[in-house]
Design a protein around this ligand. Structure first.
Ligand code: NZQ
Ligand code: ZN
Length: 383
């Protein structure tokens, strides 16, 4: 195990009816800006619950943080927050609203243009406190300090992170997820699964405890995913889904172990170029990545195959192939396509991703060997 320092300051407030608790969590003297997406919270009753909880607070509202939050929208939120002297933010929605609000929190304390903070997060020296009411289990944004911001004007999508942008608290009420479109549920299950994989699917024998925690989340998603896709209003299943998503990307499964993240970095390019939903990009890229890197990751693929899919028979090569097929089949069973060709995306995009990685001189993965060329090979494997 490598040395590490772990700290996660976010308080979780979990369960049915718990939105009412925010009354006590946000100090009365704060001027709060509530941030929202496109309106789902008005239709499912979450907005009413939040308004009731904050009826004695001073609040203003900012609407319209879109999926894959765009810098142009966030600039408007920052301008409004500065004008109104906002000193607390409450994001109400999915990962996009929370991510966007993290940038707003930092941008409110920054004189320059907030895109600079995305490109260089070390410029973030402080932030307005932010909290969240989560309505979509997937990103883990509710209990981490990262965000992913798009700039549609230039077809870019970049992640940033800062120790100042952890939510102070996040409310997770599984009942708020009952109204999700099933495509978002499927994408959330895959996002959770692949977050764990990014921190697990590297090499064996780094940490027994990290492996078992990671496998616990993977196993849970495999077990509950099909039932959730049939009926997403089963409280206990959605509670396990919500907690799995949070635990998958709050630092608990990455202590002292190497990480990959190449699937995510390639996936972000597919969203930036074609608008594909985040989790869907992962369902396409991850099986392709396993195929291309199966030699490098062979021992860990075998461990994963045995412990999650009970694959014990056959040669090493056969077991690895069966494990990759099982993974892709699982994503498909949730109703997602897993091939770029099924989305009518072809070689032009693949070449563009290669060019972007090369121009940026980046190489991802635990061995920093997923260069533009390897990313291209991975995407060709998804055609
Ligand atoms: O905008 P509204 O009307 O609220 O509708 C949203 C949106 O259309 C809808 N929705 C959310 N909760 C709902 C609901 N509809 C009905 N009932 C509910 N309870 O779902 C749609 C998608 O929402 P969005 O927030 O975009 O989805 P998600 O939570 O998957 O967030 C995706 C963004 O997070 C980033 C992604 O790249 C993407 O930009 N990520 C953030 C990470 C992080 N902060 O650590 C890590 C992830 O890997 C990911 O990259
Ligand atoms: Zn993700």
């Amino acid at each position: 195990m490598e040395n590490f320092i772990f700290k996660n300051p976010t308080q979780l407030i979990f369960g049915k009816g718990m939105i009412s608790k925010i009354t006590e969590e946000i100090p009365q003297d704060k001027k709060v800006m509530l941030t929202f997406g496109g309106g789902s919270v008005k239709r499912n009753g979450v907005y009413d619950q939040v308004c009731k909880a904050l009826e004695k607070h001073t609040t203003i509202e900012f609407w319209g943080i879109e999926s894959n939050p765009d810098i142009s929208t966030l600039r408007k939120a920052i301008a409004l927050g500065k004008k109104e002297n906002i000193d607390y933010l409450l994001a109400v929605g999915g990962g996009s609203v929370i991510d966007g609000t993290k940038l707003v929190a930092a941008g409110l304390c920054y004189e320059g243009d907030s895109w600079e903070l995305v490109l260089n997060p070390s410029l973030i020296k402080t932030a307005v406190p932010l909290a969240s009411v989560l309505t979509l289990p997937a990103t883990g944004s509710e209990m981490n300090c990262g965000g992913v911001i798009s700039c549609r004007e230039n077809k870019l999508k970049y992640s940033f992170a800062s120790p100042y942008t952890f939510p102070v608290f996040s409310v997770l009420d599984p009942e708020t997820t009952y109204s999700l479109p099933s495509h978002q549920v499927a994408c959330g299950l895959v996002d959770t699964f692949v977050h764990v994989m990014e921190q697990y699917m590297t090499t064996i024998n780094q940490s027994r405890i990290m492996d078992r925690w990671a496998e616990g989340i993977l196993q849970t998603i495999v077990e509950i995913g099909p039932s959730i896709m049939k009926d997403q209003t089963q409280y206990d299943l959605m509670a396990d889904f919500m907690l799995s998503a949070t635990m998958g990307l709050n630092g608990f499964v990455s202590m002292g172990v190497t990480q990959d993240w190449a699937t995510h970095m390639i996936g972000h390019e597919l969203t930036a170029l074609h608008g594909l939903t985040h989790g869907h990009t992962l369902a396409i890229v991850f099986p392709g990545l396993l195929r291309v890197l199966k030699k490098q990751k062979s021992d860990k693929i075998l461990q994963y195959g045995e412990r999650i899919w009970n694959i014990t028979n056959g040669s090493k090569e056969e077991k690895i192939e069966e494990t990759i097929v099982k993974t892709e089949t699982f994503f498909r069973s949730l109703g997602l396509t897993t091939r770029l060709s099924e989305e009518s995306i072809g070689v032009d995009t693949i070449n563009e991703v290669e060019k972007r990685f090369n121009d940026r001189k980046v190489a991802y993965g635990e061995n920093e060997n997923v260069t533009g060329e390897v990313a291209k090979e991975i995407l060709i494997n998804t055609l």
